[in-house]
Design a protein around this ligand. Structure first.
Ligand code: FES
Length: 110
């Protein structure tokens, strides 16, 4: 059995929904639109009915909070930041279906 066949999910999408208390010094993804992003991924992936195993789930803080809504997709371990509802289609089409990273949203350490 290959490493890919052993994966429970071919793509595992974690979406930060952390929400800090009002007045906190750092922003958090939950205040932005974390839950709406989850709903958008789930709805669009269901519509596509792709022949691979995909899981979309909530995550706590992914610790790169200063760049806007953060998600990470495994097994590649690619972080995307500043993700908006309008970006969901592109992430699904490029990363999930075509295995190409969405470079304009990709987080890179400086
Ligand atoms: S609050 Fe979302 S990455 Fe920290």
């Amino acid at each position: 059995m290959s490493a890919t066949e052993e994966l429970i999910y071919n793509k595992h999408i974690f979406i930060c929904t952390n929400q800090r208390v009002a007045g906190a010094s750092r922003k958090s993804c939950g205040e932005a639109h974390g839950l709406e992003i989850i709903d958008a991924f789930r709805k669009k992936l269901k519509e596509k009915n792709l022949p691979i195993r995909i899981r979309v789930q909530k995550a706590g803080c992914l610790d790169i909070c200063d760049f806007g809504q953060t998600i990470v997709i495994y097994p590649e371990g690619i972080f995307y930041v500043g993700v908006k509802i309008d970006d969901v289609d592109e992430i699904i089409e490029e990363h999930i279906i075509n295995d190409r990273f969405v470079e304009r949203l990709r987080f890179r350490k400086k």
